[in-house]
Structure formats: structure tokens, C-alpha cells
Design a protein around this ligand. Structure first.
Ligand code: CP
Length: 313
């Protein structure tokens, strides 16, 4: 695999291979010495042109635990703040002999564009409202573990409700694409104002009635209301949004037996998810965070491990 730009890039064998290796990588998390030699001598630059807590820190930890040299570059503090173009920035860093770039950018398509300019491998860490493939992989990892704990394997027959601000979400796009490969049945739930154009072509059931799907879902994945991307009035007030589309305490009590709650974070507690739901025994939120390191170790290993193909060296 040269790059990971979209969840659609992954075949079933590749996606399952990443999830399976992540199971082994997660064992490193519990060791006193969290270090494997797998990527010794490799250099990874994490380029985050948009804010991040989970993705940036987990990619950095993942690279370090695999013994790669990891360097962080952000817009503030780099020459992009002096007006240098993304292309010139990428060509400059690529010329230093970097092996891989992990890139987050606010423009949809910017990461794929960057991949065309450089010789190094590129991993999409979230581009605008487009995609966030490693988030979908870590979501799948956490869901798969949950299903296995309940004694079932695989995604076939599993109903995954993804609820909330679908319009601005790159997480939903990557999850829909990955579940198309893994076999889960995705149901999309949002008010009509927060549905993306063309959602009817995504091959998923779409509804504005959260209560109608609540009791049938094996996973309820709540999405953050992305107020920073909202210029207009997409809903009257946060309270009314929560009444229609929030996972409130009352809705939490109506989930199907064995259902689990996911949220990619960061969470708006009291808006799309109540504290009772976020912190519930069946919430996978912190499992998702933990999975982020293991899955990103696995992705880095799949892309960089044991092959010089396509690398600057
Ligand atoms: N889920 C996610 O991408 O979180 P961050 O923005 O904190 O990286």
C-alpha cells in the first residue's frame, strides 16, 4: 500500500489485515517498555494544519512506539504562516528524505493533492469534510472487539446507526465506505438540514427519526455538531437539537440489549450526547481512543514496514 487517502482504498483483506495486526499492536500498550524496533530508521512527519488532540498524539505515539523518528509540523510555526504554499512546503520536506507524511488539512482533497506532489508515503489524518480513514478503522476495531465480547464475529447483520451532523462529517464518509467493505449495515440519522447532498447515493438507509432506529441498532455512533463549520442556522437551538438528535439519558435507556455507543470525539456533552451516555458502561469512547494508537501503529507498519518501495531513500 503506497498511501492511505480514503477508506475506499482498502480491500477486505487489507482492512482485516490492519485490524488483525492492531490486535497485536495493542498488546504493546500494556507493556512496561512500549517499544518495537519495526520502523527504526524511518522518518515520519505529522503535518497538522487543523487542530487535533486524538489523531495527532496517537500518530506520534504510534510512530515512536514503532521506533520511527517522528516530527510534528503545524501551520503556526511553519513557513505556511509566511505565505508558503502547501505544494512548496510538501516539496521542501520531501526533499529532506522523509519516509511518510501524516497530514490533516481543512480543505477536502488537499491530502490527495499532496500525495501527488511527493515521493514519500501519505496518510490522510482528516481532510476537510471529505475523509478520515484511520478514524473509521479504529471505530471498526472497537466495534469488532465489542461484537466479539458478545460472542459474535464480523460485521454481517450488524446495524450501525450514525447520528448527527452528517453534512460536515468526514468520519461518516469514511465509516460508510469502510463498512461497505466490512459488511456492516449503516443507517444514517440526521435532521434534513444536516444531510449531505447526494446522500441517497451512498447506499445506506437514511432517516430523520432517531427514535425509530434507536432500539434496533447494535452500535449508535454519535457525531459532533461541528459549530465551527456552520455559518448559518442549521437547527434552532442546541437544546432543540438535543431533544431531536441527542443521545439523552432517556434515549440511553431505550437502547437494544448489547448495543454500544461510539463517538469519535471531541464530544459536545449536553448537545449530541449526554454525560450519562458518554460515560455509560456500554460507551466505547475511551476504547476508541485506545484503539487509535494500535490501529495507527498497524497502518504505519502496513505502509512502511519492511519495504523501501516508493520511499525517498
Ligand atoms: N476524532 C478526531 O479526529 O479527533 P481529533 O480532532 O482530536 O484528532
Amino acid at each position: 500500500m503506497k498511501h492511505l487517502l480514503s477508506a475506499a482504498d482498502l480491500s477486505l483483506a487489507e482492512a482485516e489485515g490492519i485490524l488483525d495486526l492492531a490486535e497485536q499492536m495493542q498488546q504493546v500498550q500494556t507493556r512496561p517498555v512500549k517499544k518495537l524496533p519495526a520502523l527504526r530508521g524511518r522518518t515520519i512527519i505529522n503535518m497538522f494544519f487543523e487542530d487535533s488532540t486524538r489523531t495527532r498524539s496517537s500518530f506520534e505515539i504510534a510512530g515512536k512506539w514503532l521506533s520511527a523518528d517522528t516530527i510534528n509540523v503545524s501551520a503556526k510555526g511553519s513557513s505556511t504562516s509566511k505565505g508558503e504554499s502547501l505544494r512548496d512546503t510538501m516539496l521542501t520536506l520531501d526533499a529532506m528524505g522523509v519516509d511518510a507524511f501524516v497530514i490533516r488539512h481543512s480543505s477536502s482533497g488537499a491530502v490527495a493533492q499532496a500525495a501527488d506532489w511527493v515521493k514519500a508515503h501519505v496518510i490522510n489524518a482528516g481532510d476537510g469534510q471529505h475523509e478520515h480513514p484511520t478514524q473509521a478503522l479504529l471505530d471498526a476495531y472497537a466495534m469488532r472487539r465489542h461484537f466479539r465480547q458478545l460472542g459474535s464475529d464480523g460485521f454481517a447483520g450488524k446495524r450501525i446507526a450514525i447520528v448527527g451532523d452528517l453534512l460536515h462529517s468526514r468520519v461518516v464518509r469514511s465509516n460508510v465506505l469502510l463498512q461497505r467493505t466490512l459488511g456492516g449495515e449503516v443507517v444514517l440519522v440526521a435532521p434534513p438540514t444536516l444531510l449531505p447532498t447526494g446522500v441517497e447515493t451512498w447506499g445506506c438507509e437514511v432517516t430523520d427519526d432517531f427514535d425509530a432506529v434507536l432500539g434496533q441498532a447494535d452500535i449508535v455512533m454519535m457525531l459532533r455538531v461541528q459549530r465551527e463549520r456552520m455559518a448559518g442556522g442549521f437547527f434552532p437551538t442546541p437544546r432543540e437539537y438535543s431533544e431531536g438528535y441527542g443521545l439523552t439519558l432517556e434515549r440511553l435507556q431505550r437502547l437494544k440489549d448489547g448495543a454500544a455507543i461510539c463517538h469519535p470525539g471531541p464530544m459536545n456533552r449536553g448537545v449530541e450526547i449526554s454525560s450519562e451516555a458518554a460515560d455509560a458502561a456500554n460507551s466505547l469512547v475511551l476504547e476508541q481512543v485506545a484503539a487509535g494508537v494500535a490501529v495507527r501503529m498497524s497502518v504505519l507498519y502496513h505502509i512502511l514496514g519492511g519495504s523501501d518501495e516508493g520511499v525517498n531513500a
